[in-house]
Design a protein around this ligand. Sequence first.
Ligand SMILES: *Cc1c(COP(=O)(O)O)cnc(C)c1O
Length: 396
Amino acid sequence: MNSRRPEEPGGFKGFEGFETRAIHAGQEPERSTGAVVPAVSLATTFAQDAVGVHRGFEYSRSGNPTRSALEACLASLEGAARGLAFASGLAAEDAVLHLMRPGDHLVIPTDAYGGTFRLVDRVWGPLGVSHTAADLTGGDPAGALASAWTPSTRMVWVETPSNPLLSIVDIAAVSEAAHERGALVVVDNTFATPYLQQPLSLGADMVVHSTTKYLGGHSDVVGGFVAVGDESLADRVAFYQNAAGAVPGPLDCYLVLRGIKTLAVRMDRHCANAAAVAAMLSRHPAVRRVFYPGLESHPGHATAARQMRGFGGMVSFVLAGGEGAALKVAGGTSLFTLAESLGAVESLIEHPHRMTHASAAGSPLEVDPGLVRLSVGLESAGDLLTDLRTALDRLG
Ligand SMILES: *Cc1c(COP(=O)(O)O)cnc(C)c1O
């Protein structure tokens, strides 16, 4: 077992605000030099004072000071007992899925990140872990969960807001229903980030992140994270983190930590820019439907307003002209860059059916070919609106 515990965040005693913790938790000024940011600790091994007597670190797969700082900081932001950093979002998800045993069953959403579906279906399926895709976004999540339930169901996977349809699941309601039946609840909080939504406080057992997205925030690091509400469950995931070793390098941990310092201000602006984009798209005649939880027309709006601080920076829309129009718009912007991924300062546009969700083709998670997904960045709102409007107007 990994014996190391994240250091108690100090240096800001009595100050508990989210922004304060984002900047200080796990990151005391370095004792010998006073450096105000954690060192990128490249050492793979650490001198021991005597056989078996070390100062918290032995070997960097098991524990690394830069990684500890990240784990303490993000655990604090999620209100977790413990946080564990991984080499990618999918490595984090895989660690959580290792809580399952052959013969176990999990419920996954009908709308989720394509890579999550691929991992569950094509890696875990052949290993004997089965799944059912269920739509938990409606008014009766307990009923939907009951229909998907089997005697072997051990885990319920939630992604809210979801990728790419921005559908909303009531985390508290699903957690209550799943717990009544004895299953664990995992929430992929990548789209919301802990600034906008804290699933553990709503009853979930674990949170997973692709820190590649908003937490890193600058399209320069791939990473993942698991935040666990309970120590004994954390021990099981931590055992797997060390035993299988899909850990992030120290520079990657540093970059995610640096991103997190500005998370709150970035998310506020992402939300504002996305709201402006969603409003413009809703009025444009070339657009058939807009998916943004901040719109009152969105079926999950009331739940989102209850469980989130803001509605996030992701917007999807279906073109009236179907796939042909979607491909033209996705390839027709100049400020929005045609690329996969999301959550960084620059705005991105993509075609989920052929790009991020191509692996879901033919599955219950297959997406509408007329759909375009935007990651609305931090450029001037006026420029973003002009760029999109120009691409849409060109459809005629
Ligand atoms: C990107 C993403 C993942 C996977 O994370 P990686 O860092 O690419 O492995 C998982 N869930 C969601 C919602 C994502 O957007």
